[in-house]
Design a binder for this molecule. Structure first.
Ligand code: G6P
Length: 615
């Protein structure tokens, strides 16, 4: 999410500002909305920070210009999670005495209660961020006589959530202290200089030797060296120095050849983070949906297909039909027909898709409606027109084809559906618990799949390389998976696909089927399964090559298929309802390897843009 960098050096003739600026430039690829640099020199902190692009901020503030002789700098690129992308919310954050500076990557979940405690003790906060509680906590512990290291240890022990933090203190001009839990942190060692960063590319041109911090580890960095400690026991730990042999391009992609592949592999963590979205936010959506007479759901592209899956889940528990309308059709189709007391769920990864924004802006003026937005970007334009916003925690998505944001969008919609079920009392507590248990298992199911089934997907691709047309067919909730899985292949492998209802395909599409025509069936063992078997047989009888996506213990569809991709999840209704999340990575990978096999760049599909701001 955020990018962090720190340096402590005793090298002569260097410009610490230039080193920090170049480091955060190398973190730009991660996506960010603000940046900042602080140096610790002669008992004072010198700070430059703002929201916007690094180059623009540099033009205004000269980000490489800090007092000569500074030997410590911390730098940050912010990806807003708590508080809008503004100068005040940019990192670094300071304590009340302006002696302690902190940059942070991650989310402190209990920051509100900690902030209340600290306010009661007289601490004054400048920003809306969760990060700012860290310097104040450290300050508070130091006021009881603790040294910097012990005060940091005590502070992080009070924090729940994820953090990679970097701290400097004007009274400690000979060290930087870093701590990690769940958010990545690496330490780079050079002659006379030590670096830390959220990501290896930040210091790759400076050194190729590094240590990787594990969870609950602290490091004290001094020029050219570092000592490591266990946060829980305070014992010193020894770590192995690693030699990095990637080039900068590979390092940005975490060792993966493309961002898309990296982002597919990030799905389990993106889901885990999104599972921690505050319950009040989910509840606010559920209440607005429950009190509305009509409910619409609107989006574009992949977000629209997430809405098809979500519509199915919410309708099931709400007992009222949700209409999904593509954002570009919203105004046209509902002109003079949008009733008051409607709720509109708008979904957009970027929060900037102009057609989605236009749909909700129009709706707000046309009737008395509540706008409920789901986006991956805090402070994006869409949020300005919304009554309630939920931010998915997928982290920046660089690949043009959306992958990890899709699974987090469906997850949020499932959480809303389950909240509605609880509030309406339409399912017993035991049933709800079973659905929630299945939801919490989705990251593990995907992780398990990604760890073992890549060869199978690559083999399927090898056999399909020459095919130019595909059907992706399913029934019920899996129609969303068929459409989204097919869209990926269309977008990045430039194949023609039809993502369609398996039942409806006999009314037209089936006329195209010849020997060897590839048809991908999405077949979780839900209430549509038996009828889907009939559809598989119809296509098989006409020579179709059947590739099916099934659960591990599947037999019937397996027997009819040429190849199966198996997802190891229980064959019951709880997991079936969540199959749009657990089945999609297989199809994303299929599209990815297909794109690579036919010589295309999956990260840069032709004619497509990540964010579409034209009608
Ligand atoms: C573009 C992208 C798609 C994306 C769609 C909607 O077409 O290429 O990948 O799904 O916009 O984007 P949004 O940011 O609104 O989810």
């Amino acid at each position: 999410m955020c990018g962090i960098f720190g340096v402590i050096t005793n090298q002569e003739d260097i410009s610490i500002g230039k080193i920090a600026l170049e480091a955060i430039k190398r973190l730009e690829y991660r996506g960010y909305d603000s940046c900042g640099i602080v140096t610790n020199y002669n008992g004072e902190l010198f700070i430059k920070k703002d929201s916007g692009k690094i180059d623009e901020i540099h033009k205004r503030l000269k980000l490489d210009d800090f007092p000569e002789g500074s030997k410590i700098a911390l730098a940050h690129t912010r990806w807003a999670t708590h508080g809008a992308p503004t100068k005040i919310n940019s990192h670094p954050h300071l304590d009340c005495s302006n002696k302690i500076a902190v940059v942070h990557n991650g989310i402190i979940e209990n920051f509100m209660e900690l902030r209340n405690e600290l306010r009661a003790k007289g601490h004054i906060f400048q920003s809306e961020t969760d990060t700012e509680i860290i310097p104040h906590l450290i300050e508070e512990f130091m006021s009881t006589g603790l040294d910097l290291k012990t005060a940091i240890l005590e502070s992080v022990r009070k924090c729940t959530g994820a953090y990679g933090i970097v701290v400097c203190h004007t009274d400690y001009p000979d060290c930087i202290i870093v701590v990690r839990k769940e958010s990545p942190l690496v330490v780079g060692i050079d002659n006379g200089a030590t670096y830390c960063a959220s990501d290896i590319p930040a210091f790759l041109p400076l050194t190729r030797q590094c240590y990787i911090l594990d969870d609950d580890e602290m490091a004290i960095l001094r020029p050219g060296g570092a000592k490591f400690f266990d946060v829980k026991t305070n014992d010193e730990v020894s770590k192995n120095l690693i030699q990095i042999d990637w080039n900068i391009d590979a390092a940005e992609k975490g060792g993966y050849p493309h961002f898309m592949l990296k982002e597919i592999h990030e799905e389990p963590d993106a889901l885990r983070r999104t599972l921690k979205v505050p319950e009040e936010d989910i509840k606010a959506f559920a209440e607005a949906i429950l009190s509305a007479d009509n409910i619409y759901i609107t989006a574009a592209g992949t977000s629209f297909y997430a809405s098809l899956a979500g519509k199915f889940i919410i309708t099931k528990f709400l007992g009222k039909y949700l209409q999904a309308i593509e954002c570009s059709e919203f105004k046209t189709q509902l002109s003079n027909a949008l009733p008051d007391n409607s709720a509109i769920i708008a979904i957009s990864q970027s929060g900037e898709t102009v057609d989605t924004i236009e749909a909700i802006r129009w709706a707000k003026n046309a009737a008395n409606v509540k706008i409920l937005s789901i986006t991956n970007i805090v402070g994006s334009s869409m949020t300005r027109y919304s009554d309630h916003v939920i931010v998915t925690r997928a982290g920046p998505e660089i690949g043009v084809a959306a992958t990890k944001t899709y699974v987090t969008q469906v997850l949020i919609l499932a959480l809303i559906g389950l909240k509605i079920a609880t509030m309406k009392g339409v399912e017993s507590e035991d049933e709800i618990n079973e659905y929630c248990r299945a939801l919490r298992k989705t990251p593990d199911i995907i992780e398990n799949f990604l760890s073992k089934d890549i060869d199978l997907i690559q083999n399927i691709v090898k056999n399909l390389e020459k095919s130019h047309n595909f059907f992706f067919l399913a029934r019920g909730i899996s129609i969303a998976t068929a459409k989204e899985g097919g869209l990926k292949l269309k977008e990045i492998a430039c194949r023609f696909i039809e993502g369609y209802s398996a039942a409806h395909a006999k009314h037209g599409p089936i006329s195209l089927v010849r020997d060897g025509f590839p048809i991908i069936f999405i077949a979780p063992p839900d209430g549509t399964y038996e009828r889907l078997i009939g559809n598989v047989m119809e296509f098989k009888a006409r020579g179709g090559k059947i590739i099916s996506l099934v659960v591990e213990e599947d037999k019937k569809v397996t027997d009819l298929s040429d190849v199966t991709i198996r997802i190891d999840q229980p064959a019951n209704k709880y997991y079936n309802l969540l199959s749009p999340i657990t089945f999609i990575p297989a199809l994303q990978l299929l599209a990815y390897y297909y794109s690579v096999a036919v010589g295309l760049d999956p990260d840069k599909p032709q004619n497509l843009a990540k964010t579409v701001t034209v009608h």
